[in-house]
Design a protein around this ligand. Structure first.
Ligand code: APR
Ligand code: PHB
Length: 392
């Protein structure tokens, strides 16, 4: 087979790129290891920056988001028993959109099917061939699907296959450097068919640890509590979760917390990770294939989207204006914004979580950080600008 772009990975990164390229008349083939339903079964974060909102509009898949998403103009930060609100719109003129990543992915799959673009599910043994540093040869991707071996020659490969994919590993080891920080705790998350405790998100730094109150809609709540990295979700009954959450949020919110059975409950580890560079010849990495953030700043999907923005614009310039300069500088351009998202996610995590080895001074530093944030307009503006999304 021949095509212009092979996209490895049918998650949000791969699908968003495929849809944007389609809108510009650029052909892409998507290879996904799992089934569509499996991909749509993943529970992920649900806060969209202004950048991905604009990209979804450009990809012509914004309809459901516009009608079923919820604009949030601020968030609550609490520590000990006090809390304060940071207003996004005051500082940035932009809200964020609360709309689940699962819904974004569903919208992208629905759009993909309408384009008639080729998507292979349940692919196995994906291998990348003919990539070299100066990108002279046309790369090839081989894989099996439905027991049949396939071989696609293409102009470019987009590695959108997540942290455990093959793309990053296909960059020779001596040509890549990785940066990693593993946090000494995880997040225990639940989904419950209960009304959210508050109409905006609550990020809580409490003596017993971090907690987050979020939502998917008016009758579907998403809550998290910090837990030891090696905790087993089987040890967390719903009752234990609810009492722990109530103990970590301010009493006036805890008093109106509506509990109910969890319909999803899982523990996720927290890490920061970046691979440099994000390209090798005609292979380009997007999203989790290149970087991971702790979920505290809700930057996972949103930073994948900024990578996709840069790669889509670079491919568009190449195919339609015969200008390959953006392709040549993709990695440097994407990494500049990736590192700012990594910093914000690391700062939110460091400021809001209780680390096992914190001493009395560390605790005072954390409190001073939060006191400064509560009392300083410039500090609140800086958080708001990062949260709604730095410019592309
Ligand atoms: N071949 C084909 N597909 C693969 C392979 C492979 N070898 N390895 C992984 N995949 C698929 C996975 O099944 C998954 O559907 O690639 C997709 C990668 O999707 P994500 O892991 O969701 O990564 P990305 O699309 O970059 O989206 C980032 O997803 O994980 C969250 O927190 C993350 O919100 C962020 C977003
Ligand atoms: C979520 O709703 O799942 C969510 C929201 C904000 C975060 C992380 C997760 O920072």
């Amino acid at each position: 087979m021949q095509t212009q772009v092979v996209i490895i990975g049918g998650g949000p990164s791969g699908l968003l790129l495929a849809q944007l390229l389609h809108v510009r008349g650029i052909e892409a083939v998507v290879l996904e290891r799992k089934t569509r339903d499996y991909v749509l079964g993943r529970i992920r974060a649900g806060v969209l920056e202004r950048g991905i909102i604009a990209l979804l509009q450009e990809a012509q898949v914004e309809t459901r988001m516009a009608t079923q998403g919820f604009a949030h103009h601020g968030t609550v930060i609490s520590y000990d028993d006090q809390h304060f609100r940071i207003d996004f719109t005051d500082h940035t003129d932009h809200p964020v959109m609360v709309y689940g990543q699962t819904e974004v992915t569903r919208d992208l799959y629905d759009a993909r099917e309408k384009t008639g673009g080729q998507t292979f599910f349940d692919v196995e043994e994906v291998q990348i061939h003919n990539t070299d540093l100066d990108g002279t040869a046309r790369p090839r991707v081989t894989f099996t699907a439905d027991g049949t071996s396939q071989d696609i020659t293409c102009d470019y490969i987009a590695g959108c296959d997540g942290f455990h994919g093959v793309s990053r590993q296909s960059i020779p080891e001596d040509r890549r450097k990785t940066y990693e920080k593993v946090y000494p705790f995880g997040w225990l998350g639940i989904l419950s068919e209960t009304p959210p405790v508050h109409h905006e998100l609550i990020y809580a730094n409490a003596e017993r640890g971090f907690a987050l109150c979020s939502m998917r809609n008016d009758h579907l709540s998403r809550y998290y509590v910090q837990c030891p990295s090696d905790d087993d979700v089987a040890d967390w009954s719903d009752d234990r979760f609810w009492s722990e959450l109530a103990a970590r949020i301010p009493p006036d919110f805890a008093a109106r917390l509506q509990t109910g059975p969890s319909i999803e409950k899982s523990i996720a580890p927290l890490r920061s990770f970046v691979c440099e560079p994000m390209q090798y010849g005609r292979l380009f990495l997007c999203g989790d294939a290149a970087h991971i953030v702790p979920p505290t700043g809700a930057k996972g999907l949103n930073t994948a989207a900024s990578d996709v923005h840069y790669l889509y614009r670079a491919l568009w310039a190449h195919y339609l204006d015969d200008d390959s300069t953006k392709l040549a500088t993709y990695s440097a351009t994407a990494l500049s914004r990736v590192w700012k998202a990594e910093r914000f996610s690391w700062w939110m995590t460091s400021t809001l979580h209780r680390f096992p080895q914190m001493n009395a001074f560390d605790l005072r530093m954390q409190r001073a950080e939060l006191e400064f944030l509560r009392s300083n307009t410039a500090a609140q503006a800086a958080l708001a600008q990062n949260y709604v999304g730095l410019p592309y």
